[in-house]
Design a protein around this ligand. Structure first.
Ligand code: ADP
Ligand code: MG
Length: 784
């Protein structure tokens, strides 16, 4: 979805800083003149004689040394920020030689000297607060391109290199780049401060702490109609604001850079030339191919140059004579950029809108919180009560054998008492008595059995009940745990919900005095905008007049008489002659500039060739040819990452050799075994040569000894005795300290003239005498 996209030229403004104190002290001339009304800049060549006319260029606006930071923001940046809040993409970039005020223009200093970036922060949040009918989400990211490597300035590890990728729908992006949701101006300022600290800086002759990298600060602003948000069908507009501080555009020879610095300068110039080439290709319009892919910078700015973005370029320059070449080149660069046409349109409902994602997630969380498990309060109550249903058996008691016994005894006593009564009342015969007794016994037994059965039944019932009760208890505990879990989950959800809702910003619907103030502010803003519009119209008029004068020159004049015609034609001729001379000078300048560029390129090529030769020499001298060839065969170019990669050896092997498995033994043996050996083994032959299958089980036969110990020549017993006596003296050669180079001691006295290298290891080592000439030779063979 897109609203109509009308081509819109890149807006180019120029800014010239004041002469700095050093330039003043050196007595430098001011060679830049600006007409802030018409946006005209004229540049005087200090080397040429006074007859040469200054070169003039016209831009959308020209800011001289007296222009304030506020003016630049109000007149040239604010409208872009406003567009971003409406859902357009916007880019503001500062171009120019180091030390001309790019960082001053983009970042500046706190307070009055605040640059475009901090002023944009304030403006964005003013807009957010002033719109009570829109929900907002603001995100910020900050990256730099240094030596053609993209780095995340907000990452914990800002030296890490990130890849630039391209997505079919959302376009070019940096993989793994951090983007922080910000809710206020101080938060954005914090993001800027953190990123600035992480920038790579180096000192060149041009500027002590000038940055040698390009930096891009991006703010993504998503907005959605608040009423529409309720049914989540509202349109989301997403605007992205890129604030770019480019590295210095000066030529490398001027910086006096060498080594690493030169390498940096080459790469900086590479992406700036790529930017120049992209601009040329866009302006030329002949070639369909725009070389965006030639550098990281042009890839990331692709959309801002000939794409869906409103773009402002601020070309910065210094006023002093010593920078004539650079200033001229900046003016030309800027002049070309004027002709780039973009097709900005509002980004409506892009698939990757975060606001939509957040809203969906918030809705889901809310549903979760109000859904199934009852309200949050109920869940909390369930958890807080923490009651367990009382499941203890209250109705059923188990009947134990003791009780049964007691009952039986009671019954027997009762029966005996009855019997005694009957005997007492009626005379009863002995056998009658016996019979009664027997009956009673049987009865008692029956009763006991019945009771036992009952007891068992009760016992099993009780058991069942117990199990049931345990189950109920378990269930209850589980339910309680579930309730607790739900409660915790809900708490977490509620927290998440609150955090997410906090990230969506809503303008305050203010009442009373505040509301009046807001209205006044809005009115004021409107008037300011009207004023600005008028100012721009005025400028446009001045420009038109200049153009019309030229057109008039070309138009056929109506001549009253010959005399007048001759006068007119002479005038025309004079003007044309002047123009011709200007163009001639221009061609000359261009030629010189190309020549300079060519020299720079040749210089780079020479430097690269030198380095290549050095590397060739190192390779040839120290690496065997086969190894080099092997490595070259393995290496291939990774287009995505733009590096050489070495294929893994194992992968190469797989590619070059047919996949072959180890052959399988036909008879299932672990290794080839002859039929004879198999047979011998089966027969139980103990010869080890047939038992190769389990060689570990073999017992080794110790060989019989066939040699004698050495016996030295006989020594005269007297000599031997003398030697023994000498050794009986308890002197021992020993080292003091645990370092082998420590001084050897003999009987507590240092031993002189012992070579440190010879004293390695144990002190009594006999090799020391032999090693000495060795080490002496070694040291004498060293080159002088
Ligand atoms: P760049 O980023 O292009 O290398 P800087 O922004 O660092 O240049 O500016 C270099 C110096 O000039 C700084 O000290 C800065 O404060 C000063 N400067 C730049 N532009 C202006 C200006 N318009 N007014 C006053 N001082 C300026
Ligand atoms: Mg800078």
């Amino acid at each position: 979805m897109s609203s109509g996209a009308n081509p819109e030229a890149v807006k180019v403004v120029v800014r010239c800083r004041p002469l700095n104190s050093k330039e003043k002290a050196d007595g430098r001339q001011q060679i830049v003149d600006m007409d802030t009304k018409s946006g005209q800049v004229s540049l005087r060549n200090p080397a040429a004689d006074s007859s040469e006319a200054p070169k003039t260029f016209t831009f959308d606006a020209a800011y001289d040394a007296n222009c304030t930071q506020e003016q630049i923001f109000e007149q040239s940046a604010k409208s872009i920020v406003n567009s971003c809040m409406q859902g357009y993409n916007g880019t503001i970039f500062a171009y120019g030689q180091t030390g001309t005020g790019k960082s001053h223009t983009m970042t500046g200093q706190p307070g009055e000297q605040a640059g475009i970036i901090p002023r944009s922060f304030a403006h964005i949040f003013e807009g957010v607060e002033g719109s009570s009918d829109t929900q907002w989400m603001v995100r910020a990211s900050f990256l730099e391109i240094y030596n053609e490597e993209v780095r995340d300035l907000l990452s914990k590890d800002p030296k890490n290199k990130l890849d630039v990728k391209e997505h079919k729908e959302s376009g070019v992006y940096v993989k793994g780049l951090n983007a922080f949701v910000v809710k206020s101006v101080p938060e954005l300022q914090n993001v800027l401060a953190v990123g600035d600290k992480n920038r790579s800086t180096g000192a060149t002759q041009m500027n002590q702490d000038s940055s040698r990298s390009h930096s891009i600060f991006s703010i993504t602003i998503e907005g959605m109609d608040k009423n529409a948000a309720a049914n989540s069908e509202g349109h989301i507009r997403v605007g992205k604001l890129n604030l770019v501080d480019l590295a210095g555009s000066e030529r490398q020879s001027k910086t006096g850079a060498t080594g690493d610095r030169l390498k940096e300068a080459t790469k900086i110039n590479l992406s700036l030339s790529a930017l120049g080439n992209v601009i040329s290709a866009l302006v030329d319009g002949k070639s369909g191919h725009i070389p965006y892919r030639d550098s990281k910078l042009t890839r990331l700015l692709q959309d801002s140059l000939g794409g869906n973005t409103k773009t402002v370029m601020v070309a910065n320059m210094g006023p002093a004579d010593w920078n004539y070449d650079e200033t001229l080149s900046t003016l030309r660069y800027a002049n070309r950029a004027k002709n780039i046409k973009n097709k900005p349109r509002i980004n409506e409902d892009p698939k990757d809108a975060m606001l939509r994602e957040f809203q969906d997630e918030i809705k889901r969380l809310k549903e979760l919180l109000e859904g199934e498990g009852g309200s949050l309060e109920a869940a909390a109550a369930a958890g807080a009560l923490g009651t367990t249903p009382d499941g203890k058996p209250t109705i059923h008691k188990s009947i134990d054998p003791q009780t049964v016994e007691k009952m039986r005894a009671e019954m027997e006593t009762q029966m005996r008492a009855e019997l005694a009564q009957k005997q007492g009342m009626v005379g009863i015969s002995e056998d009658q008595m016996a019979k009664l007794k027997e009956e009673a016994a049987i009865k008692a037994k029956e009763e006991a059995q019945r009771m036992e059965e009952e007891r068992q039944k009760h016992a099993s019932d009780a058991e069942k009940m117990k199990r049931k009760q345990a189950k109920i208890h378990e269930e209850a505990v589980r339910k309680q745990e579930d309730a607790e879990k739900i409660r915790l989950e809900k708490e977490a959800l509620a927290k998440k919900l609150k955090a997410m809702e906090g990230k969506i910003l809503k303008g305050e619907a203010r009442g009373g005095l505040a509301e009046v103030t807001r209205k006044k502010e809005a009115e004021l803003k409107k008037r300011e905008e009207e004023l600005e519009r008028r100012r721009q119209q005025e400028e446009e008029k001045v420009r038109r007049i200049a153009e019309m004068e030229e057109a008039q020159l070309a138009a056929e004049g109506k001549y009253i008489n010959r005399q007048e015609e001759a006068e007119q034609k002479t005038k025309k001729l004079k003007k044309l002659w002047k123009k011709y001379q200007e163009v001639n000078a221009e061609v000359d300048d261009m030629y010189k500039e190309f020549q300079r560029e060519k020299e720079d390129l040749l210089e780079s090529i020479r430097m690269l060739q030198d380095q290549m030769q050095l590397k060739d020499m190192v390779i040839e001298a120290f690496t065997p040819t086969e190894e080099v060839q092997k490595v070259m065969k393995r290496a291939h170019w990774d287009y995505e990452r733009e590096v050489w990669v070495l294929e893994r050896l194992s992968d190469m092997g797989r590619r070059e050799m047919p996949v072959s498995k180890r052959p399988v033994s036909a008879s299932g043996q672990k290794r080839p075994v002859s039929d004879f050996a198999k047979l011998a083994n089966a027969m139980g032959d103990m010869n080890p040569r047939f038992r190769s299958e389990n060689i570990l089980n073999l017992e080794l036969d110790m060989p019989e000894r066939t040699t004698y110990d050495y016996v030295g020549p006989g020594v005269d017993p007297r000599v031997q005795a003398a030697i023994n006596a000498a050794f009986a003296d308890d002197g021992e050669l020993l080292f003091v300290g645990n370092s082998p180079s420590a001084t050897p001691m003999y009987n507590g006295e240092a031993v002189q003239a012992v070579d440190a290298s010879a004293s390695m290891g144990s002190g009594s080592r006999p090799g020391s005498a032999r090693r000495r000439p060795d080490s002496a030779r070694r040291s004498s063979s060293k080159p002088a």
